[in-house]
Design a binder for this molecule. Structure first.
Ligand code: NAG
Ligand code: NAG
Ligand code: NAG
Length: 870
């Protein structure tokens, strides 16, 4: 998952730029011959290197990249062995985008330089200030080095650009673009391979950017106010979009940027209509935007509201872009009134992640004319994007003085801001120190451990009692899990944080939601679902629970779906059903199973989910014939699940408690990506600050139950943390949380593992398949995290966020060491038919174990394809 998330969403498609270039040391002169005479720009520093290339490379944009021999003087290597690759892979177009046909940028990906020790490029900086740094990566085939397994860190003098970076997919190139402030007259770009690994690079650009491209201040949308100090941040370009227009290649951009079309990021494309004017109509103002800010073509196209003539078009145009929620972002929006006939007709509101950015933006007054570019910068704090996306909205302002409300947007730039560790990737700073939050050392831990021993016996007795009771009356147990209880029991006010995409976010009823069609998931007709499941064929059943059955279906376009059909006899009021879908449809996160749609025809209550091809995590740990997972895979799965839970807990002011965290509720997609599922028992967290828990009847699964919750019947997020601790030991030891068949002291995994750990005997109960592949440091960190989760008192347990960091740390500490001798990595053939295995296996398990409604499956081609910009 981590590797994939890093893959650059931007492919440098083509770099045409007609011109002439002369290369003297580091300065270039361009004679620009564009349709429109842009003010040409000559960068003071202009280092272009095609690493590993025997000769210099001329791109069709007129820029020449230096060859390896020509750039040898920049490279500082100790006694490293350097390898150049000049193999020309058959048929591979590293930039997989189809629109790149005319591009010559693929020439940059055909060679690479490999470093098996720390190595650096050193550049003299003629002019300190903002510089573009562009890095090109493509894992070319090589006889000795498998570039897809290279894992490395890239840093500058004081910024971490990439940490533990790798390109796992040999069919994709990765392009990274940074805008960094260089304050000295020297600049170092350092490649540091992880232990036993190596690094590579295909091409490097270091080019001066105009001084005033980004100023020191911007508007902060959350918390509202001014943001100063942008100069102290480095940026990584996440998205550069030409709204309402075609791709703009480096040839037509003044600063060799690529502007992609916005189509795929629009939430409701039917509500928008593109407009364009001839580019020469655009007149840059005397102060403010210049052709270097964005070229004419960006301002000459826009999206406006499709129903702009209607007197009350009551919706927003909305764009959503995935980002890493642990970073703050700089967002630049470009506007140019190319839609109005006369001045003072266009007023609209601008929102960033649901928060008002500009109220009644009045371009006429700001620019005193039509067709005059204007841009505005916003900074959004990490805490306001915990749902993992940046959402831009424009919509008519209610105080609009115009009789034809409209709203427009011409361009969007989203840039990730370096964090307090000076990093753009993780929490390690450039000197290698970890700057994450450390959980406080605990004196209380020891007391807690004491309590665990004292209460363990009692707890086991109680739990066993519960198990027996459950075994004896499975019917009664099931009855509690009605269709409706399976849904999130939330009301509208609890959830307003999730509603940024909905026009009804503020209201408490959703009367028109079925017809509004705005991002409430797809509406399926009963007929469609009959077709998808072959009339709810018993053969298609992949899970059974108290609420009814889960079917594996296939939509018309071949997308696999998990279809959960409510048992008609357990029906609830239609309003409640609608409200609950409204809530669920907004729970969107990479690591939560997504709701795709629903059907409420003919008093049916059916929910349609993404299908998770590899089924529950538990099946991959024990009790099945599936190949076992490597330690690295297990860590990545735990990290994914922790991210999902962290989002549930912190995504809102109030948080949501899952209440049933276990290995059967963590589902895997076909890339072993983990998603948390089954919110059947979930609860909204405490409503107010002075209330720290929710009182509720004890529900959950035995073996995972928080003893404190069990005793006091008070629910907090820390109950999920406890259950997650059990999951961590289950993953490490590959045995059930509760196994009544074992000798008494071993029945409860949490207790047994802690006991063995205290005796220093933990290794004896680790899954024998992986015990030799875990580095001692990684194991120590992991067990430390699991142990803290199991603290007797909730207050002593870490937050999911802390757990997450510790697991990521454990992954760092594992480095790349086990991959060489990890037998799990040699299971390509097995993986090939994993799909079938999983399906067969989970069918068997789910139908037998019908009291467990974890059959909900995962893997959404619909959402999985979204770019993961970082
Ligand atoms: C790029 O510029 C050329 C003229 O130099 C023009 O014909 C072409 O349409 C432009 N492309 C875009 C995407 O604007
Ligand atoms: C504008 O919209 C039309 C139809 O909606 C589409 O065919 C066209 O490609 C769009 N133009 C651009 C530049 O995106
Ligand atoms: C537009 O979006 C904002 C923020 O999400 C919301 O407050 C507002 O009500 C929306 N406007 C309409 C007309 O839906």
């Amino acid at each position: 998952m981590g590797g994939e998330a890093r893959w650059g969403w931007r492919k440098l498609d083509s770099i045409p730029f007609i011109g002439l270039c002369s290369l003297i040391l580091a300065s270039l002169c361009f004679d620009v011959a564009l349709g429109i005479k842009s003010s040409s720009y000559t960068p003071a520093d202009n280092y272009l290197i095609n690493c590993g290339a025997p000769d210099s490379t001329l791109l069709d944009d007129g820029r020449t990249f230096k060859s390896d021999p020509q750039s040898a003087s920049y490279l500082s290597t100790d006694e490293n062995i350097l390898t150049s690759i000049t193999s020309l892979p058959k048929n591979v177009s590293p930039s997989s985008s189809s629109s790149s046909s005319s591009s010559s940028s693929f020439l940059l990906y055909l060679t690479a330089r490999i470093f098996n020790h720390e190595s650096m490029y050193r550049f003299l900086v003629f002019r300190p200030g903002r510089h573009w740094l562009r890095l090109y990566f493509y894992p070319l085939p090589h006889s000795t080095y498998s570039l897809t397994s290279a894992t490395f860190t890239v840093t500058t003098d004081n910024i971490v650009l990439l940490h533990g970076f790798s390109v796992k997919d040999s069919t994709k190139s990765v392009f990274k673009e940074y805008l960094i402030n260089i304050t000295s007259d020297k600049f170092t770009l350092k490649f540091s391979p992880m232990k036993n690994s190596f690094a590579f690079i295909n091409a490097i650009e270091l080019v001066s950017a105009p001084d005033d491209l980004v100023t020191d201040s911007a508007s902060a949308v959350f918390p509202v106010g001014d943001f100063n100090g942008l100069d102290d941040h480095a940026f990584e370009v996440s998205y550069t979009l030409n709204v309402g227009g075609p791709i703009i290649t480096p040839k037509n951009d003044t600063l060799w940027r690529t502007w992609l079309p916005d189509g795929q990021f629009m939430i409701f494309p039917h509500g928008a209509k593109n407009v364009s004017v001839p580019p020469d109509i655009i007149k840059y103002p005397d102060g403010g935007a210049t052709p270097l800010t964005a070229p004419h073509w960006v301002y000459a196209t826009a999206d406006q509201m499709a129903e702009s003539g209607v007197s009350n078009p009551n919706f927003n145009l909305t764009w959503e872009m995935n980002v890493d929620p642990t970073f703050s972002y700089l967002i630049r929006l470009h506007f140019c009134d190319i839609v109005s006939k006369v001045l003072n007709e266009l007023y609209f509101n601008v929102y960033v992640n649901g928060m008002l950015g500009v109220s009644s933006l009045d371009l006429s007054t700001l620019t005193s004319g039509l067709g005059i570019p204007y841009y505005k910068d916003f900074v959004i704090n990490a805490s306001a994007i915990s749902n993992g996306s940046v959402i831009i909205q424009v919509g008519p302002s209610s105080t609009s003085r115009s009789s034809f409300p409209n709203a427009i947007l011409n361009g969007v730039e989203v840039m990730k801001m370096s964090n307090s560790a000076g990093s753009l990737d993780g929490l390690f700073s450039s000197d290698g120190t970890y700057r994450g939050r450390h959980s406080r050392p605990t004196l209380k831990m020891k007391i807690a451990v004491g309590f665990v021993i004292a209460l363990g016996v009692t707890a086991i007795a109680l739990l066993l009692l519960g198990v027996l009771r459950r075994l004896r009356s499975p019917k009664g147990y099931e009855k509690q899990k009605t269709f409706s209880s399976w849904l999130l029991p939330l009301n509208a006010s609890h959830c307003s944080f999730l509603s940024s995409k909905s026009k009804s976010s503020r209201s408490t009823t959703f009367p028109s939601f079925v017809s509004s069609g705005l991002n409430l998931g797809q509406f399926f007709t009963l007929n469609e679902l009959h077709e998808a499941t072959k009339s709810f064929d018993e053969q298609a059943v992949i899970g059974v629970g108290g609420f009814g059955k889960v079917y594996l279906g296939e939509s018309e376009d071949g997308t696999k779906l998990a279809i959960k059909r409510g048992n008609p006899s357990s029906s609830q009021g239609i309003n409640e059903f609608q409200t609950e879908i409204q809530m669920l449809s907004k729970l969107r996160h990479r690591h939560l199973v997504s709701l795709i749609g629903y059907c409420d025809e003919q008093s049916e209550m059916i929910l349609v989910y993404e299908y998770m091809a590899y089924g529950p995590l538990r099946d991959h740990l024990y009790g099945s014939s599936l190949p076992h997972l490597s330690w690295r895979q297990r860590l990545e799965i735990c990290i994914g699940a922790a991210r999902g839970l962290h989002y549930l807990h912190t995504g809102s002011a109030q948080g949501i408690i899952h209440r049933d965290v276990k290995t059967t509720n963590i589902l895997l997609d076909e890339n072993f990506g983990a998603k948390v599922s089954d919110f059947g028992l979930s609860k909204a967290g405490p409503a107010s600050l002075d209330q720290t828990h929710v009182s509720t009847a004890v529900k959950g699964s035995f073996g995972y139950l928080d003893p404190e919750y069990f005793r006091r019947q008070q629910l907090t997020e820390k109950s999920d943390v406890y259950s997650f601790g059990v999951v961590l030991f289950e993953v490490l030891c590959a045995r059930p949380a509760l196994d009544p068949a074992l000798p008494r002291e071993q029945v409860n995994l949490a207790e047994w593992a802690m006991k063995q750990h205290r005796k220093g005997l933990l290794e004896s109960i680790i899954d024998p398949n992986i015990v030799g592949t875990i580095t001692p440091e990684s194991l120590r960190k992991y067990v430390e995290a699991a142990e803290k989760c199991l603290a007797e008192y909730g207050v002593d347990r870490p937050s999911m966020g802390d757990v997450l960091w510790n697991l990521e740390y454990a992954l760092q500490l594992q480095g790349t060491s086990p991959t060489n001798f990890d037998p799990a990595d040699n299971t390509e053939a097995k993986v090939a038919n994993m799909d079938q295995l999983c399906r067969k296996d989970s069918e068997k398990q789910l139908i037998v174990d019908s009291s467990d409604d974890s059959g909900l499956a995962v893997g959404s081609p619909i959402f999985a394809e979204k770019f993961q910009g970082r």
